[in-house]
Design a protein around this ligand. Structure first.
Ligand code: UD1
Length: 428
């Protein structure tokens, strides 16, 4: 069954069926947003292929337009040109809607010598500080002031420096790499984040003419000052989307293959699935999971890449609920990232938490009811739970899930899931 397709408020999931079939992966949200921001670095035309149709990309499009950038979309391709007059001010309404928009700071400073970014407010997965971004930019010679709710960053000429991050922050690494392309001399980012999306950003910047090496390792070097031009690039596949469908396949005792991803991007995750008793096979860019037996419990700790991704933690919790025994899940990356537990418990999960540990005991028989997505990945976990719950689960707040999953209903439907979108009252 399929209802109102785009951005409807609720998803009705009838559980119990096995998911069978193939999923063509979309481009990674966490790369596409950064590639879009990086177009600010050049007046040359940029073409970004395999851009996911998700609301976070719409928000970044609005942000770029607010900054004076031309953005046009044709299917899954974006054509972006920052050749006209640019503004340096990222407005509060957009930063508030999507904290990732803070990533325009590095490229704005690089291109214009200044940026005014509204301070991001609170967020329901913890405070999400940006002190590493700011300290890193100061290291490159920028002056940072905070007044009237805005972060003002100014610089004459940025100068290359050694920036050692206290923690391998994804956003800080990205902001600093982009700013460093305009710095005089070499910048070395130590303890850099190693996520595949950072490697994708660096490949994109190299396509623009930047000189960067070491991405994917803890030390990234940028030789600044190279002239940057337009680029044509295909976004890396979304490993979190892949992991979500693989979990759904394993949870429903199904047989699901995801297409378009290098299995190395999910290495530890796939090892954990194997340890649980899921059959995992990876060939070329296809990863397939199958299950027909019971699941064993495993302990999972989230860590920066190549550790277990925090963005798969909530979905993994649902799979652990089906295992025979007790698993401990430890969240090390974000505070308050167990916000979905209360909703899962409404489905009968019986999960307990203490600080950053969750105790998940199974196997649990879940029963469908009305639940509310607390955030993007929590929403995906609730949909996963709905697929194995008895009866119908109504997941409200689907706008959170629309931030990061392209065509969720279509992709699930093609796997045989019984899902239907329903507009909230008042929506058309
Ligand atoms: C990115 C991803 C997000 C993912 C996360 C971790 C995007 C759009 N989002 O978020 O989906 O869950 O990486 O893999 O790519 N921190 C500080 N000070 C800073 C920066 C970060 O204390 O200046 C802390 C944060 O509060 C958090 C941790 O470091 O606890 C990780 O944050 P970071 O790696 O920066 O994540 P994001 O880039 O925000």
């Amino acid at each position: 069954m399929e209802g109102n397709p785009e951005h409807a408020g609720r998803l009705l999931v009838r559980g119990g069926g096995r998911l069978l079939g193939d999923v063509a992966l979309s481009g990674a949200k966490n790369s596409a947003l950064k590639l879009m921001a990086a177009t600010l670095l050049t007046s040359g035309p940029c073409r970004i292929r395999r851009t996911p149709r998700i609301s976070d990309v719409d928000t970044m499009t609005e942000m770029l337009r607010a900054l004076g950038v031309d953005v046009a979309r044709d299917g899954d391709e974006l054509f972006v040109s920052a050749a006209g007059h640019l503004n340096d001010c990222a407005p509060y309404e957009l930063v508030r809607t999507m904290r990732a928009s803070i990533v325009v700071m590095g490229p704005l400073v690089a291109r214009l010598g200044e940026a005014m970014i509204a301070m991001p407010g609170g967020c329901n997965i913890g405070p999400r500080r940006i002190d590493f971004h700011l300290r890193g930019l100061e290291k490159l010679g920028a002056a940072v002031e905070i007044e009237h709710g805005f972060i003002k960053v100014r610089c004459g000429q940025l100068r290359g420096a050694v920036v050692s991050l206290d923690y391998p922050s994804v956003g800080a690494t990205e902001n600093l790499v982009m700013a460093a392309t305009a710095a005089e001399g070499e910048t070395v980012i130590e303890n850099a984040a190693r996520e595949p999306e950072i490697a994708d950003l660096c490949a994109y910047l190299r396509g623009m003419g930047a000189e960067i090496e070491g991405e994917g390792t803890s030390t990234v070097r940028v030789a600044g000052g190279r002239p940057l031009h337009g680029v044509d690039h295909t976004v890396v596949a979304d490993r979190i989307e892949a992991g979500t469908y693989l979990i759904m396949g394993a949870a429903t005792a199904g047989d699901v293959a995801v297409h378009g991803l290098d299995a190395e991007h999910l290495e530890l995750f796939l090892t954990k699935l194997g340890d649980m008793g899921v059959e995992v096979a990876a060939h070329d860019d296809v990863i397939r999971v199958r299950r027909d037996g019971p699941l064993a419990p495993v302990d999972v700790s989230t860590l920066p890449h190549p550790g277990f991704a925090t963005d798969l933690q909530a979905q993994m919790m649902v799979l652990l609920l089906l295992a025979e025994g007790t698993s401990i899940l430890t969240e090390n990356v974000f505070e308050n990232r167990f916000v979905v537990v209360d909703e899962l418990n409404r489905l009968g999960a019986g999960i307990t938490t203490s600080g950053h540990h969750a105790v998940v005991s199974g196997p649990r028989g879940l029963t469908g009811t009305v639940v509310e997505a607390p955030d993007l990945r929590g929403g995906a976990a609730l949909v996963t739970a709905g697929l194995v719950a008895d009866g119908v689960t109504e997941v409200r707040g689907m706008h959170h899930v629309d931030r990061g999953y392209e065509d969720l209903v279509g992709k699930l439907g093609r796997l045989g899931a019984d899902v239907e979108r329903v507009a909230d009252q008042g929506e058309r």
